[in-house]
Every structure is written in structure tokens, then in C-alpha cells.
Design a protein around this ligand. Structure first.
Ligand code: SF4
Ligand code: SF4
Length: 300
């Protein structure tokens, strides 16, 4: 069983409790305008080009069979429309100006990395987190990874956007030790505007998750001008207030770190000039969330 991933991140401290290894699966079925991992959105390998790292050695040109990389009048050119994402140029590029986002890996290969930090998981209350992208876009691979971890008694969490058919995914959900899900916008038309899809099914899935009696963490990314209104946070907190298995509601400050990735992929970045919220704005939103009562709120 193989899957397509972008990264295996060891010693991760932000993807659930304790020390974790986070596996980023490639492919997502929402299109959030602010995604800070844009290289995980498409369900295929793709070339990333970082011009600032290019030393002009030209090693990428002869290995490119489609002419996507070429020299014209002494200037190195890249025509992405000719690129078939074969990866040959990335292998030839030692300075790291060219990188492939996405590699096929087997469950055994991923487990070889996971087991190296087994002692840390046990000592810290950590484990493995499946992230993305959307984990359940590769449901079979995710399920096989979870099974392999469970065989070794390694706890597994998943981060999800909730965009799936509940009964199809349910057998996999039931094997998890922790589920972290996003509620980005409570208003369905706003959700459609910013992610490409209304949220009726997603909110229903969140409710049904709570029936599984698995610990849950809900999260809202705070995106300036999109999700960061007091009204949005208050409504989401009100929706979550009676969840029985919710351990925490996290408000995640805007993360501008995806900027260079957007450039490397030549993707439009709608939040190029956006910056993280100030402490006073974060406090205002925390108070709005706490006003729903009965919720442990964390701002990160
Ligand atoms: S191989 Fe890399 S560093 Fe050399 S010209 Fe090509 S992109 Fe630039
Ligand atoms: S990934 Fe392949 S087709 Fe695309 S530029 Fe590199 S060598 Fe050419």
C-alpha cells in the first residue's frame, strides 16, 4: 500500500499533545483561500521553483525532456505549461532551487521513520498525527497507517476538514485516539466564498464525530477579513458548547509562512499582505469564544 505525501515532520509540537511525528498527505477537497500548505492541495506531484536559490549552473536544462527549462539568450527560463512534473530537474539541482512536492511512499517506509521516536511518544504522551491536505482523500492509505501504528501501540491523531461522507469514513475514524477538526466559518455562504464549499455537511459531520466518544479538538484559523470576526467566533463557540468530547477549542493565529510556497508553485496568494492578528485582537476573540461558556479556549 502506497500513498502520496509531502513531508514527514519529526519532533512536531503543534499537531496534538506531546512529541509527535506528523505525516502530511497530499490532496485536499476544499480550497481555502488562505491555505498555508498550498503544496498539499493538488493530488499529484508538482515542481516547486525557488529562484532565490538558483545559481544559474544550468544543470536542470539538459535533463528536461519537454523544454520547460531552457536557456534563451543566456537567460534561464521556466515554462510551467510545458512541465510534466517528472522531477528530473529537481534531482539535478544541488542548490535546492527545484524541489518536488509529493513523493510516493509505502506504509512500511513511513513506519520506518515513525518507530525511531517511539520512546519520545511514550515519555511525552505524543504519537503520530496524520495531516494534509485532507487525510481522508487517501482514506485507504490513512487507514493502513493507523493500523500499523496501532499494532505497535502508538497513538494516532488526524487533522481533518470534515469534508467527507460520514458512514464511509466512520470505520477509520473509530480507530483514532484524537481527532482535530476545523470549523472555519459558521455562515455557509461565507464558507463557500472562501473555501469553495458550503458547510452544512461539515457541521453535521462535526456533530456526528461527537457521537463516537473519541477526544476532539476544534480549531478556527484566524484569517484577517475572512474568519476573524467576533460574530463568527461567537457562533462557532455556541455550536461547539454542548459537544461532550471536545477537549479544547483552539483559535489559530494567521500564519504567513506559506508565501514562498505560493511563489514557488506560481499559485495566486489572496492573503499576500495579511499579517498575524495583534494580541488585543486575539484577546477579543478569546473572550467571544469563552462567552459561549463551557469551553476550554486556547489561542495559538
Ligand atoms: S540546476 Fe538548480 S541552481 Fe542550477 S540552474 Fe537549474 S534551477 Fe538553477
Ligand atoms: S519536472 Fe521534468 S518536465 Fe518539469 S521542468 Fe523539471 S525536468 Fe522539465
Amino acid at each position: 500500500m502506497c500513498g502520496l505525501i509531502t513531508e514527514i515532520q519529526r519532533f512536531s509540537l503543534n499537531d496534538g499533545p506531546g512529541i509527535r511525528t506528523t505525516i502530511f498527505l497530499k490532496g485536499c477537497n476544499l480550497h481555502c483561500a488562505w491555505c498555508h500548505n498550498p503544496e498539499t492541495v493538488r493530488e499529484a506531484k508538482e515542481l516547486m521553483f525557488y529562484p532565490a536559490n538558483c545559481i544559474g549552473c544550468g544543470h536542470c536544462v539538459p535533463v528536461c525532456r519537454t523544454g520547460a527549462r531552457s536557456f534563451a539568450e543566456g537567460v534561464l527560463r521556466f515554462d510551467r505549461s510545458l512541465c510534466v512534473n517528472c522531477g528530473a530537474c529537481a534531482e539535478a539541482c544541488f542548490p535546492g532551487a527545484l524541489e518536488m512536492a509529493g513523493r510516493s511512499v509505502s506504509v512500511a517506509e513511513v513506519m520506518d521513520e515513525i518507530v525511531q521516536d517511539r520512546a519520545y511518544y511514550a515519555d511525552s504522551g505524543g504519537g503520530v498525527t496524520l495531516s494534509g491536505g485532507e487525510v481522508f482523500c487517501q482514506a485507504e492509505f490513512a487507514s493502513a497507517l493507523i493500523d500499523a501504528c496501532r499494532e505497535l501501540e502508538i497513538p494516532v491523531a488526524a487533522e481533518t476538514n470534515l469534508n467527507w461522507h460520514f458512514e464511509t469514513v466512520r470505520p477509520i475514524l473509530e480507530k483514532l485516539d484524537l481527532i482535530m477538526f476545523d470549523v472555519k466559518l459558521f455562515d455557509s455562504s461565507g464558507h463557500k466564498l472562501w473555501t469553495g464549499l458550503g458547510n452544512t455537511v461539515l457541521l453535521e459531520n462535526a456533530r456526528r464525530l461527537d457521537e463516537l466518544d473519541i477526544p476532539l479538538i476544534a480549531r478556527t484559523p484566524l484569517i484577517p477579513g475572512a474568519t476573524d470576526s467576533v460574530e463568527n467566533i461567537r457562533k462557532i463557540a455556541g455550536f461547539l458548547a454542548d459537544f461532550r468530547n471536545l477537549r479544547c477549542y483552539e483559535l489559530l493565529n494567521f500564519n504567513p509562512l506559506g508565501e514562498s510556497k505560493y511563489r514557488a508553485l506560481e499559485m495566486k496568494n489572496s492573503f499576500l499582505s495579511a499579517r498575524p492578528l495583534k494580541p488585543e485582537d486575539l484577546n477579543r476573540l478569546r473572550e467571544a469564544a469563552e462567552s459561549a461558556g463551557n469551553l476550554k479556549v486556547q489561542v495559538g
